[in-house]
Write a protein that binds this ligand. Structure first.
Ligand SMILES: Cc1cc2nc3c(=O)[nH]c(=O)nc-3n(C[C@H](O)[C@H](O)[C@H](O)COP(=O)(O)OP(=O)(O)OC[C@H]3O[C@@H](n4cnc5c(N)ncnc54)[C@H](O)[C@@H]3O)c2cc1C
Length: 366
């Protein structure tokens, strides 16, 4: 059974890795689109404190967080350890004691083994863990919070997939179910093309309704400071600060639903991200601005993972929105299990894209 995956973001790369490890012949094609989400994502893995209320979505999200140590171990077995992954903990901060009490209660309600210890921290304790913080902020520390570098993770998954026999076609573009000018026969096709999925699926008569949500995210460097162990900072709202090794601090991010596929860094986007970061952590004011990345989150009301009705052999993996670096590795595994007919770790029924009617056939890919 020959399988072709369109898109090598975290979802496609993870599906490729798990399929190749299971011995399936798999080819991955990626067009290296500007604004691919995996290359821009902040990399926070802390689903337990998210505002997600949809229970099925939350189970998948939390499952993604729980799956990371397993994935990291599997990649290490394949010799891949350069992922930027570290369980640094996450620190939810606020200057309002009542709000912190509410955050702590909410976190304890969601308590799960992978979440680790939940600890209320004083202003002094919070600043000890993250010195640039504004005075007056207390915190709730979640020990199981982690961060990962999406670019390095996807690259490692692809290398490990290749090592297990997968073929990776880089910088080539799929138009519908045709790839470039060469025809590749396939029994199964997984479209993991992120925000571009509808363009890929149009020739098959499928419309998922996935839309791009632009995120601008600024990378800073604190010169001469080792930040590898600093926790992820989660203030109220949608902005955050994610420390990586060697002084690199990522401040994110805008959530822009009306920008289409415009991949520019805008003055307003840059200003918003820096203002929010410096409001929470004025100690970052002297940091060097290294770069601003732009990515398109594939936005849908719910993740879409499964077979498309009406086109035998066609599956989609999409709609992970702002949670894809957390969910992607697990979702790729679930997809691989589905395609090879194995019982999955989680029921994919709530994410069944079968409601999308389709007209067309899969079996002739180029
Ligand atoms: C600023 C920002 C911050 C984020 N922060 C976090 C976070 O902290 N935690 C978290 O869990 N998630 C985060 N996310 C979300 C996460 O990055 C995405 O949900 C995830 O990366 C989506 O992965 P994907 O594989 O579905 O899509 P993508 O990574 O976009 O991959 C799709 C791939 O398809 C390819 N493609 C498209 N069209 C074609 C074609 N015609 N032919 C061939 N290939 C094609 C593209 O080149 C691309 O590589 C963030 C996202 C952004 C933008």
């Amino acid at each position: 059974m020959r399988i072709v995956i369109i898109g090598a973001g975290v979802l496609g790369a993870s599906a490729a890795f798990h399929l190749a490890r299971a011995g399936a012949p798999v080819t991955v094609v990626d067009a290296a689109m500007a604004g691919r989400a995996t290359a821009a994502g902040a990399g926070i893995i802390c689903p337990w404190v998210s505002g997600v209320e949809d229970q099925a979505f939350y189970r998948l999200y939390a499952g993604g967080g729980e799956y990371y140590p397993d994935l990291v171990a599997r990649l290490a077995e394949a010799g891949e350890t350069d992922l930027g992954y570290r369980r640094t903990g996450a620190l939810l901060v606020s200057g309002d004691a009542q709000e912190l009490a509410w955050i702590e209660r909410m976190a304890r309600q969601r308590s799960a083994p992978a979440m680790g210890a939940i600890t209320r921290l004083s202003e002094h304790q919070a600043r000890k863990l993250f010195p640039p913080l504004r005075p007056g902020l207390g915190g709730v520390h979640v020990a199981g919070g982690a961060r990962v570098d999406g670019r390095r993770l996807a690259a490692a998954l692809l290398r490990a997939a290749e090592q297990s026999g997968a073929t990776v076609v880089r910088d080539d573009r799929v138009t519908g179910v045709d790839v470039g000018s060469e025809r590749i026969a396939a029994d199964r096709v997984i479209v993991a093309a992120g925000a571009w999925a509808d363009a890929v699926l149009r020739p098959a008569g499928v419309a998922l309704g996935v839309t791009p949500q632009r995120g601008q995210i600024v990378h800073l460097r604190l010169e001469g400071v080792e930040t590898a162990d600093w926790p992820v900072i989660l203030p109220p709202g949608s902005h955050y600060i994610v420390p990586f090794d060697g002084g690199r601090i990522v401040a994110g991010a805008t959530r822009e639903s009306a920008a289409g596929f415009d991949d520019r860094v805008t003055a307003a986007g840059q200003a918003e991200v820096l203002a929010e970061a410096l409001h929470i952590a004025p100690g970052l004011g002297e940091a060097t601005v290294i770069e601003t990345r732009v990515g398109f989150r594939p936005a849908a009301p719910r993740p879409l993972l499964g077979w498309v009705r009406g086109v035998e052999g066609l599956a989609v993996a999409n709609g992970l929105g702002a949670a894809g670096l957390t969910i992607g590795p697990l979702a790729g595994r679930l997809l691989a299990d589905m395609v090879t007919g194995q019982a999955g770790l989680l029921d994919l029924a709530p994410f069944n894209p079968a409601r999308y009617e389709a007209v067309g056939t899969v079996g002739a890919l180029r």
